[in-house]
Ligand binder design. Structure first.
Ligand code: GMT
Length: 380
């Protein structure tokens, strides 16, 4: 098939899922066209089946807010027409689903019907989407999509709860490429981080409020009282400097490293003993799945879709949002006993294998076929 993919080209979860999906589809022989404003962060390989079409937005001085959505819609019209795409798959509703709708209307004037699949990722529904600034447009563009998927059962039910949705929403969970995300031999790195055999705790995120990064530091400050340990904070965002200050206030600075944005996450995860994800809301928790694939158990909140990934008492523990004491207690329980830690590590990997790319990819391929087939009658 010829598939157009629209996503945010950043390190955010939706962009990562979209890019990894596109790469995997290209490997399977599909022709994949990314349409976005920058080269996607994980689009790091050459393949004869992969194409990247940049969306550039005019910076005409009249525009206080450059109209990205219009530029995207125009570019989509151009790419669908000239590359003869079979389907457009847009990731994250805002503004991609509405731009795709506009492109679809314009393409109809050329006698082209382009089926549009929208994948909902989380904050496009639970945070920004349900805000009244966007709600009517998000509702409309979900209802006008030819196919809609959500990355967890929880996100699916939240979407029905918050919006008047007439469409069926299919759950296709996030996936992991186990050939990339697996435990790597990184003994020299581990020695540098934890020279005296300390346990290594890791958090990766975009350091937005929803990630509750201060809870990560507070949990760690309790853990280190019982277990010699180090904390690696990976990523960057608005909450980072507050967290750095909190480390100073709690006297743990010497044992915490802020690594900023990193490409080779799997190498960092390979030296980790525990992953912390105390998020306020999380539709799936892709970063936790990446950790589990590298044999790292997860202490998380029980928000959103996290219980569909992290199995309480098996692959880690789930506590209420904000229950720092409970999360610290669970972390210590896992880390204080080597045999127990090993069991949790093995369970984490076994669970991650259930989200193997090879299992999830056909769900998308079959869904495209189903949607395109369903749209045949609508073809102009
Ligand atoms: O977590 C973020 O803030 C980034 C966001 C995104 O859309 O880029 O992530 C969301 O999508 C990921 C991929 O489907 C999910 O794994 C994350 O759980 C979800 N984040 C939230 O719901 C907060």
């Amino acid at each position: 098939m010829k598939i157009g993919i629209v996503c945010y080209p950043t390190f955010g979860g939706s962009g990562v899922v979209a890019t990894e999906l596109g790469k995997a589809l290209a490997n399977r022989g599909h022709q994949v066209h990314f349409v976005t404003y920058n080269q996607p962060a994980r689009l790091d390989l050459f393949s004869e089946n992969l194409f990247y079409h940049e969306v550039s937005v005019s910076n005409y001085p009249l525009f206080d807010f450059p109209p990205y959505e219009l530029a995207l819609a125009s570019r989509l019209v151009d790419v669908v027409r000239h590359e003869q795409l079979d389907v457009l798959h847009v990731h994250y509703a805002i503004p991609h689903a509405s731009a795709a709708f506009m492109a679809k209307q314009i393409l109809a004037t050329y006698g082209i019907y382009i089926p549009v699949v929208t994948t909902l990722h989380g904050t496009d529904i639970t945070l920004v989407g349900k805000d009244r600034t966007f709600k009517p447009v998000v509702t409309f563009s979900i209802n006008k999509s030819d196919g809609v998927t959500a990355v967890s059962e929880n996100l699916r039910s939240d979407t029905y709860k918050f919006f008047d949705i007439e469409n069926d929403i299919k759950v296709i969970p996030n996936f992991i490429d186990l050939t990339r995300f697996s435990l790597k031999a990184k003994d020299h790195f581990k020695k540098a981080i934890a020279p005296f055999g300390e346990k290594v705790l890791v958090h990766t995120s975009n350091f937005r409020k929803v990630k509750r990064t201060e809870d990560v530091v507070k949990i760690f400050a309790q853990v280190i009282k019982s277990i010699p340990s180090k904390l690696l904070m990976v990523g960057d965002g608005p909450e980072r400097s507050g967290c750095e200050q909190l480390c100073r206030d709690l006297g743990v600075t010497d044992n915490v490293r802020f690594l900023g944005k990193q490409d080779a996450i799997e190498e960092i995860l390979s030296v980790a003993d525990l992953f912390l994800m105390p998020s306020q809301s999380e539709s799936f928790g892709l970063a936790a799945l990446e950790a589990m694939a590298c044999k790292v158990p997860v202490i998380s909140s029980n928000a959103g879709g996290l219980p569909e990934l992290n199995v309480d008492g098996e692959t880690g523990y789930l506590n209420n949002v904000g229950d720092v004491d409970g999360m610290a207690e669970r972390a210590i329980y896992i880390l204080e006993d080597e045999a127990r830690l090993e069991t949790f590590k093995n369970n984490a990997l076994a669970r991650a294998k259930q989200f193997d790319l090879a299992t999830i990819l056909p769900l998308y391929e079959n869904y495209y076929i189903e949607v395109v087939e369903r749209c045949k009658d609508k073809a102009i």
